[in-house]
Design a protein around this ligand. Structure first.
Ligand code: NAD
Ligand code: DAU
Length: 352
């Protein structure tokens, strides 16, 4: 079957893996990537597919309703995979309005555009909203997991904006019948992640002998999933998920930050041929993130039971691949950590 899919945020970290996967796996589809190219959007992430006949890039804002109307009509869009967002918790603490604008109003503009374009002809249509486990709030150390029925309890401006967007998506399903699916995923890692996030930031800092700023005591727990496993889950849910449903996606792979950081230090040092423990002294405890959620952990059994998805990579293998990728792609890293980005980092660190 031919399909015309609008992917939003396809020049970002996860979006670029989704676009690459769709363009490679479905030569008969047209994949239209709408991205504003904020600081986090990078077309270098998509070099592999940029000249493919089944791929189009459109630079634009998901809040631009005229542009959305035009894209739906011009490309006869029948599916949306919506990833565009402001995604970094620390930034949301300093600039919540930008998060409300893109994550809430942008999602609403996209929902309205799909509703208007499809206008009740729902057959063969799908609006897939990509969300986060952070909407569920924080867990204690009691072994419980977030399920699809866990009550929403967001704490950061980022997670509050994502929670709000999830509610709008469900409201469009319940009110107008828009054929939606929502996925809520845990922390992703892998190639092409912007180096403001823990794993790429720390790999780069270890390489250059810079301090590793561990928030608080480093005891917070995250559930890590290799990004290509997330992209595979999104492909599956987009095509086979049940309309109106929510699916949690996670790695069953919980790590305390400090333990994960020690793995990163050991792996980078080993791959660079340094002595074991050479970079241990870079670990620096700094003031905690405001409202720092203690623990996230996803129960993804519904996705396994209904659609047969499971993570494919063991964490040790995924981390090895990831560290190697960043070390071998220093030019990619240097390009985005030069100029304006450098001063952004300096500002952030000066405030800690
Ligand atoms: P990212 O910050 O790397 O990429 C976001 C992309 O969206 C960028 O290319 C950016 O240019 C684009 N964008 C931002 N505002 C836009 C706007 N107004 N209009 C059009 N494009 C815009 O983010 P990511 O980590 O790849 O996350 C993608 C999605 O997945 C987000 O919705 C995020 O909430 C969700 N998510 C992320 C993770 C994670 O661990 N990174 C986990 C679960 C869910
Ligand atoms: O859980 C899914 C979420 O994972 C996504 O929705 C978000 O878009 C994504 O950014 C990520 O959020 P986190 O806040 O968990 O990721 P981050 O990489 O920023 O931080 C991971 C953990 O490491 C967190 O407990 C904070 C800590 N940390 C982070 C940075 C950047 C540090 O200790 N030091 C740091 O410098």
């Amino acid at each position: 079957m031919k399909r015309n899919i609008l992917v939003t945020g396809g020049a970002g970290f996860i979006g670029s893996h989704v676009v690459r996967r769709l363009v490679n796996a479905y030569p008969d589809y047209l994949v239209v990537n709408l991205d504003k190219l904020t600081y986090a959007g990078n077309l270098a992430n998509l070099k592999e597919v940029e000249n493919r006949p089944n791929y189009r890039f459109v630079k634009g804002d998901i809040c631009d309703r005229e542009l959305l109307r035009d894209l739906f009509a011009r490309h006869a869009i029948d599916g949306v995979i919506h990833l565009a967002a402001e995604s970094h918790v620390d930034r949301s603490i300093h600039d919540p309005l930008t998060f409300a604008r893109t994550n809430v109003m942008g999602t609403l503009a996209l929902l309205e555009a799909a509703h208007e374009a499809w206008n009740g002809a729902w057959e063969g249509k799908r609006f897939h909203h990509v969300s986060t486990d952070e909407v569920y709030g924080a867990l204690g150390f009691d072994g419980t997991l977030f399920t699809e029925r866990t009550r929403y309890d967001p704490h950061s401006p980022y997670s509050a904006s994502k929670a709000s967007s999830d509610h709008f998506v469900r409201a469009f399903h319940d009110t107008y019948g828009l054929p939606t699916v929502v996925t809520n995923c845990s922390n992703n890692y892998g190639p092409y992640q912007f180096p403001e996030k823990l794993i790429p930031l720390f790999i780069n800092n270890i390489r250059h002998g810079r301090p590793l700023p561990v928030y608080g005591k480093g005891e917070n727990v995250r559930d890590w999933l290799y990004v290509e496993d997330h992209a595979r889950a999104l492909d599956l849910v987009f095509h086979e998920g049940h309309t109106g449903e929510t699916y949690n996606i996670g790695g069953f792979n919980e790590w305390r930050n400090i333990d994960l950081i020690r793995v990163l230090v050991r792996t980078v040092d080993r791959l660079l041929g340094r002595e074991e423990g050479a970079s241990d002294g870079l670990i620096t405890y700094v003031t905690d993130r405001a409202g720092h959620d203690l623990r996230y952990a996803i129960d993804s059994r519904k996705l396994k039971d209904e659609l047969g998805w499971e993570p494919s990579l063991q964490f040790e293998e995924g981390i090895e691949k990831t560290v190697k990728w960043y070390l071998e792609n220093q030019a990619w890293m240097d390009e985005i950590t030069s100029g304006d980005y450098e001063s952004y980092y300096e500002r952030m660190y000066a405030n800690r």
